[in-house]
Design a protein around this ligand. Sequence first.
Ligand SMILES: CC(C)(COP(=O)(O)OP(=O)(O)OC[C@H]1O[C@@H](n2cnc3c(N)ncnc32)[C@H](O)[C@@H]1OP(=O)(O)O)[C@@H](O)C(=O)NCCC(=O)NCCS
Length: 441
Amino acid sequence: MGVLKDRFKEKAEISAAEIKHILKDHGNDKVGEVTLSQIYQGMRGITGIVSETSLLDSQEGIRFRGYSIPELQEKLPKVDGGSEPLPEGLFFLMLIGELPTDEDVADISSMLQRRSHVPNHVFAAIEALPVTSHPMTQFVVGIMALQTESNFSKKYAAGMAKKDYWESMFDDSMDLIARLPRVAAYIYRRKYKNAEHIHPNGLLDWAGNLAHMLGYEDESFKELMRLYMTIHADHEGGNVSAHTTHLVGSALSDPYLSLAAGMNGLAGPLHGLANQEVIKWIFEMREELKTESPTQEQITEYVKKTLSEGKVVPGYGHAVLRKTDPRFTAQMEFGKKHMPDDPLVQTVWNIYEAVPPVLQSMAKIKNPWPNVDAHSGALLVHYGMVEYEFYTVLFGVSRALGVLASLCWDRALSLPLERPKSVTTELVKKWINNEGEIWGD
Ligand SMILES: CC(C)(COP(=O)(O)OP(=O)(O)OC[C@H]1O[C@@H](n2cnc3c(N)ncnc32)[C@H](O)[C@@H]1OP(=O)(O)O)[C@@H](O)C(=O)NCCC(=O)NCCS
């Protein structure tokens, strides 16, 4: 732990000094222009946040500190005999900015094991909710109950110097990442497996242990969890979960408060909840068409029906991407290797053939290609995890790696309170008539 923290401190000090120089020389350079449409339409295309952990290219997809997903699959450490990257390695890369050695990853795995104890009141808080509550609601309540453990909030209340903020933010982030798999597995077993809970296995890696506590001992499910936890971890800084965590953290809310806020955003159907929507949509299609393996023609007709009912086709489209999401491709490769004959997985591939031409014919849709959520559910169903309402919790456990690594950077770089200017339509109308200005001061 000490080693990771020291290395982070060293990297952050170098970066902070560089940024100071950059701002001294270029602080007044313009990075773009903002149009009225952008203000009304979700701020698309406005560069307004710094997030060091990953960068999204609309054509190429995500790169984590410069590395694409296939490169991560090749270069990040794996378990003995495994072929998927260990998410601990990605976390190291996002936090430190360098590829980890096997030893770095082993250190993180054992540090997370040491910090993974979840106090009983967290389980009691989850138990206070009806078992019918959505798993994401239970997850957020679990994270909020863990907040009693925050070092940052205790030290802040006792009076902490600004230069020390990053350190307790860092400690909280490690504790939280260590504890999330237990909380997630607890919710799964509570809701779907008669509350028959499974104790952690202190010898397993972070994602392998999550698979074990969920009740899936198949080694290839553990491999799936390692891949899943790696590819869902980060998608640069502007998406709802990352941006929310960063925004709430800018008020010096501790990592528990900040992550819980981000997870509430992930629970929205246009963001992380889309993975459950995809499987729900496929199950409904199979039921309506009375077949396990609909043809491409049948899928095309069903897609047209979905659109004519004014609904979105879940798993397709993206606010930034304009090509097939490489996270979709990575999961497709996993499917080809581990379950090429699975009818549901094959249906996902048939949907991939059928949907883009239909969406391409609708001029307003900017991206007809699948995103990460179009594939993930089918892989989980293959192993028996059919409880699709739970899928976004898995996404959340993974997303914590990216947004908390970013939160550590936010505090290490002393990024200030985020506070953009807003306007009213009344003011916009005056501005159009040259009777007022809409920019802030
Ligand atoms: C992800 C998403 C929210 C991006 O939205 P966006 O940035 O506004 O995307 P676009 O600019 O292409 O949207 C333009 C129009 O096409 C529609 N559109 C985009 N993707 C669509 C889809 N998969 N099915 C139907 N309509 C879609 C939008 O709803 C919007 O319609 P409107 O102008 O009537 O409001 C959108 O593609 C979507 O709702 N996808 C389905 C849900 C999903 O998979 N979410 C997970 C994202 S990782």
